[in-house]
Design a protein around this ligand. Structure first.
Ligand SMILES: Cc1cc2nc3c(=O)[nH]c(=O)nc-3n(C[C@H](O)[C@H](O)[C@H](O)COP(=O)(O)OP(=O)(O)OC[C@H]3O[C@@H](n4cnc5c(N)ncnc54)[C@H](O)[C@@H]3O)c2cc1C
Length: 416
């Protein structure tokens, strides 16, 4: 057992990361186990384990919290999850034009949303261990750590739902022979925030926009703060500015507060996300005294890697690059693909065959592959064509941002 301190527990499915992808996968895997076991004689005990490195699920919130209205039909959530209903998105272009588009959705309380999904997974039979970090892949499962205690967990199938800096993805790539070194939290800045529940939490943000390998592509560095609003805001607001290189700013209202942030997608010169956020706060006239807390994070915007499925590992959510490369929205895709991943993992564990894992890869790419491939093409156009000229940048944004009819126009395509 190597470095472990205790007797190994064995699970059919172990899911790493309790964000929307991992909680959805755990819920679906737990729900799938009983009917699958009944249909397959000699199937194991059907145990599902969800691991989360943070002490509390859903915290810190590293999200602007907008989700499309359709998500409500696909995942269980209680009315307390909704912070504000949204009908319209207002896009502000560098040349001064403001465009309104229909964007039915909600700004949600992400902490309550994730916690609600986790509670549903627990009720369905999944075991959840917080404050537990997945460290290494082992022959029989993985090595976990809780506090100073390290222990091995037996796992037939592992689901990597561990976000943009996925450790599980590096295991899969290493098994694939790509030889990627182990992931660790990126260097950056730790900031704290207070949640409506009264809990204080810390989060880690990168000080500048980054360009790094992810399926051969890009990551967006984002800085965000929660602010008090002096008057209600009914629409989500999107701001393009030459300074927010490769990205955009947002103000997403949630009753008396709003999430204000900027994502930057560049390794070149230019303001860091934190500097860009200061610029946006000035622009929208938010006073320092109205800032409640800071957060931020990394958004994969290069699309998925070539493989999200191995012999006993699958990836889902941000770990699988299922986030929209232009908007950075990833919650809905994480939930829907999480359901597919949970079903596939349970099925592969019970049947003792990797076929359902390959089916997962086909299923989610069949559903999302075309949308993501198109968005990757637009992302490349936006990143390569970025300019400090406000008129030219506005023309480029009209071609590449989801609010404009030209976004739908094909400019070449690739299959993902
Ligand atoms: C600033 C910002 C704003 C955003 N705004 C929006 C938005 O408005 N709407 C939207 O749809 N999307 C938004 N996104 C993207 C969205 O947050 C993600 O796409 C979504 O959270 C992906 O869900 P996930 O479950 O894949 O990953 P995460 O939500 O990142 O969950 C991964 C979990 O894995 C845990 N973990 C990581 N490593 C380990 C380990 N080794 N062991 C155990 N646990 C581990 C982490 O603690 C985390 O809880 C935003 C992202 C950022 C950074």
């Amino acid at each position: 057992m190597g470095r472990c301190d205790s007797v190994m527990d064995h699970y059919e499915v172990v899911i790493v990361g309790a964000g929307p992808a991992g909680c959805s996968a755990a819920l679906t895997a737990a729900c799938s186990m009983e009917p699958l076991a009944q249909a397959h004689e000699g199937a194991g005990s059907g145990r599902v384990l969800l691991l989360e490195k943070q002490p509390e699920i859903g915290l810190p919130v590293q999200c602007a919290e907008y989700v499309p209205v359709q998500l409500r039909r696909c995942v269980p959530w209680s009315p307390e999850v909704v912070g504000q209903e949204i009908r319209v998105m207002r896009t502000h272009l560098p040349d001064g034009e403001v465009v309104e588009t229909a964007a039915a959705g909600y700004v949600i309380h992400r902490d309550r949303f994730d916690q609600g999904l986790a509670a549903a997974a627990r009720r369905a039979g999944a075991e959840i261990r917080v404050d537990t970090r997945a460290l290494e892949l082992t022959d029989e499962g993985l090595l976990g750590r809780q506090g100073r205690r390290e222990f091995e967990i037996g796992a037939q199938i592992i689901v990597g739902a561990d976000g943009p800096h996925s450790t599980v993805r590096t295991w899969m790539e290493a098994l694939d022979g790509e030889g990627v070194s182990a992931a660790s939290d990126p260097p950056g800045l730790t900031v704290t925030q207070s949640e409506p529940s009264g809990a204080r939490s810390s989060s880690h943000i990168r000080p500048q926009g980054v360009r790094e390998t992810f399926g051969g592509d890009l990551m967006m560095g984002a800085a965000q703060c929660r602010v008090h609003l002096r008057r209600p805001v009914e629409a989500t607001q999107i701001y393009f500015d030459p300074l927010y290189v490769g990205g955009y700013g947002w103000v997403f209202p949630k009753g008396e507060v709003a999430n204000v942030g900027v994502g930057v997608c560049s390794a070149g010169p230019g303001p860091t996300p934190v500097e860009a956020l200061d610029h946006l706060l000035d622009r929208v006239e938010i006073r320092p005294s109205d800032v409640i807390g800071h957060s931020g994070g990394t958004i994969p915007c290069g699309g998925p890697p070539p493989h999200t499925c191995g012999a006993r590992i699958i990836l889902v959510g941000d770990a699988a690059g299922q986030t929209h490369p232009i908007t950075g929205g990833g919650v809905a895709n994480a939930c829907l693909c999480g359901q597919m991943a949970g079903r596939a993992a349970a099925s592969a564990a019970v049947c003792g065959s990797p076929d359902p894992l390959e089916q997962y890869e086909r299923e989610w790419r069949g559903y999302l592959g075309g949308v993501l491939a198109h968005a990757v093409t637009k992302r490349r156009m936006l990143s390569r064509g970025w300019t400090q000229n406000a008129i030219a940048l506005s023309a480029l944004v009209r071609q590449t941002w989801v609010a404009f009819p030209d976004y739908g126009r094909r400019t070449g395509s690739s299959r993902l």
